[in-house]
Design a protein around this ligand. Structure first.
Ligand code: FPP
Length: 257
């Protein structure tokens, strides 16, 4: 039985942002999120780390809904990195349990919202049962045409780049690709994110300001937003505030205004 920690879910008051105060013509198309701070959130309340992850799942649900409501086209959630295997096995297993709980409780709503679920990362290294959950979520939402929710699971950007370089090298050695034709498009097409445009906005919660091996190629021109809140405290209005800040920024992509 998974304990419920709902009574601890009251964080710092979120800024009052109404959806209407967001300039819909300047929305990021794709938002990537490093959901950090579950452990610290739990520790500060004298709770086990699992409680932080559970509250993190609740926050994740709220942010997915907010993103869809406001009209974001794609959202990528860093749920488990290739480095997260270094954690105690019980914590890792609890994360798989949470993934199952999330899809059991939310898949109907996601289908109803016309959301398409995709995964990046080496999901073939996950436990068989978890792979089944991943496959089911993909299959059930495959025909959907609305917001793409991309879960990064057993994902590491360096591993993704290594895989891409190997694949290109093999094509060159088979004579399918001329080395002189390798350009940014060829590399991007070998990445697991192929088909989803690069993120416009990357949010990291918890106050830490690092990228942690997340989408290194894809965030070359992404706007960065670091929120002080621990992930379980990051509510709908915090997300909308990040979108509002993004929409007020000027992006030049190395050019002039
Ligand atoms: C980072 O916080 C968070 C994670 C490694 C897991 C993210 C998981 C969720 C948001 C819950 C939903 C789960 C799945 C699998 C969909 P941390 O534990 O590193 O926090 P800390 O830095 O404060 O210790």
């Amino acid at each position: 039985m998974v304990p419920k920690w709902g009574q601890f879910l009251r964080g710092r008051a979120a800024p009052k942002i109404m959806d209407a105060s967001i300039d819909k013509s300047r929305l990021p198309k794709h938002v990537a999120i490093i959901m950090d701070g579950n452990g610290r959130w739990a520790r500060s309340r004298g709770l086990p780390r699992a409680a932080g992850h559970h509250a993190g799942m609740v926050a994740m649900r709220e942010v997915i809904r907010a993103a869809d409501d406001v009209g974001i086209e794609a959202i990528t959630l860093y749920a488990f990195s290739t480095e997260n295997w270094k954690r105690p096995i019980a914590e890792v297993q609890y994360l798989w349990t949470l993934l199952e709980e999330f899809f059991k409780s939310d898949i109907d709503e996601l289908v109803e919202r016309n959301v398409r679920i995709v995964f990046i990362g080496n999901t073939n290294q996950l436990p068989d049962y978890t792979q089944g959950i991943v496959k089911r979520a993909i299959d059930l939402t495959r025909p959907n045409t609305g917001m793409v929710v991309q879960f990064a699971l057993n994902y590491g950007s360096r591993a993704e780049l290594v895989q891409a370089v190997r694949s290109i090298a093999e094509k060159v050695s088979r004579g399918e690709v001329d080395a002189s034709c390798i350009d940014e498009h060829v590399i991007a097409s070998e990445l697991q994110t192929c088909g989803v445009p690069d993120p416009d906005l990357l949010i990291r919660t918890s106050g830490d300001q690092r990228i942690s091996n997340f989408l290194l190629w894809q965030i070359a021109y992404t706007e960065l937003y670091f929120a002080p809140e621990m992930w379980p405290d990051f509510k709908r209005n915090h997300f909308l505030e990040a979108i509002r800040v993004y929409s007020s920024r000027e992006r030049r992509f190395g050019g002039l205004k």
